[in-house]
Ligand binder design. Structure first.
Ligand code: ADP
Ligand code: MG
Length: 325
């Protein structure tokens, strides 16, 4: 049987996890969130966070489009974004690389310069890794972090009537990809969003103690809302008109023939945060000077996951990236 026949990436992970030991008294959250949450490592009440992501040549990056510096920078950012989504602070980094015979030393130097730049920005320290030879190049990043109990935000913590909010405009990274695949040079700002995205560790410490559930937007808004609903046992209503969309998405949409909203729902790799929060706490967040955008509401599970179009039509909230699906 092929992987798409069982439902793709997430069905496969569930299936594999069923055959492995996954319970331990100190494993507060294992598979199913942006990072694992492990207790008992720190003398205070903090938990250890662990996240890992694999980047494969010609799938996650193209060496004829992106510099090694950009690939290194993005590799760290996408993992740091997972730590931000848990409400945590990133700490130690492990980098495992499979290299082809003709990989140049200068390319590797640049890759590590790109990684170091982001590490310095967030106080992340390289602590180990592994190097091996293979037929194609891949990079696996494991990032540790720590989080205090009052800041921990699980995907399972959304409650009906909470607001659903995002930290910034969506679709920019996918818009950059449209320009590139159409053989056009993306505008500078959108190029940067695609090749050197930031993550929201600048605002996550302020959001985390006030939020319920939180997740980073790596696979598109629709997929992330569905992850929160699956883990929280809730429904959701998203208003298309309220989704902040990057200004350049319109231009990319004109090129590709897709709608701008499809970029926000399915584009991915924006690395903004999606979180649930009570209306009272959202006001408090605004008073702290943290601007976020309300895109919808958490509802009871029976109400399903719904997108309300600008015309007021209710359609199922689908879309988002799923390898193999
Ligand atoms: P993210 O997009 O936030 O990086 P993923 O969608 O990659 O998260 O992963 C979802 C969950 O599945 C995470 O808890 C991750 O650790 C787990 N996971 C992914 N792949 C595997 C695997 N091959 N074996 C075990 N767990 C996995
Ligand atoms: Mg994530």
């Amino acid at each position: 049987m092929k992987i798409n026949e069982i439902g793709g990436e997430f069905a496969l992970i569930d299936r594999l996890a069923r055959t492995s030991p996954t319970n331990h008294k100190d494993l507060f959250k294992g598979i199913g969130d942006d990072a694992a949450v492990i207790r008992g490592f720190f003398p205070n009440q903090e938990s250890l966070l662990v996240t890992t992501d694999m980047l494969v040549d010609n799938r996650h990056f193209r060496r004829d489009w992106a510099t090694a510096h950009q690939i290194g920078s993005k590799a760290i950012t996408c993992n740091a974004s997972d730590i931000a989504a848990m409400g945590g602070t990133p700490t130690f980094l492990f980098v495992s690389i499979a290299l082809t015979e003709n990989t140049l030393v200068a390319w590797m130097d640049d890759l590590y310069k790109g990684m170091s730049e982001v590490c310095r920005q967030y106080g992340i320290v390289l602590a180990g890794g592994d190097t091996t030879k293979a037929d194609s190049l891949s990079i696996s990043i494991t990032l540790l972090g720590r989080v205090a109990p009052q800041n921990l935000c699980l995907r399972s913590q959304a409650r009906p009537d909470d607001l659903l909010c995002v930290t910034g405009p969506l679709g920019g990274s996918a818009a950059g990809l449209t320009f590139l695949t159409m053989g056009q040079n993306p505008p500078e700002r959108i190029r940067a969003k695609h090749f050197m995205p930031g993550c929201r560790l600048d605002v996550s410490p302020a959001i985390a103690p006030l939020a319920g559930a939180m997740i980073d937007i790596s696979d598109g808004l629709a997929a992330e809302v569905n992850h929160i609903c699956n883990q929280s046992g809730t429904g959701a209503k998203i208003f298309a008109e309220k989704i902040p969309i990057d200004a350049f998405v319109q231009k990319a949409a004109a090129l590709s023939g897709k709608t701008p909203i499809a970029y926000a729902l399915s584009g991915g790799e924006d690395f903004e945060l999606l979180f649930s929060i009570s209306p009272m706490n959202w006001r408090q967040l605004g008073e702290k000077g943290v601007e976020t955008f309300v895109v919808g509401r958490v509802t009871e599970s029976g109400s399903g996951r719904v997108l309300v179009s600008p015309e007021g039509d209710h359609v199922p909230l689908t879309g988002g990236y799923n390898h193999f699906a």
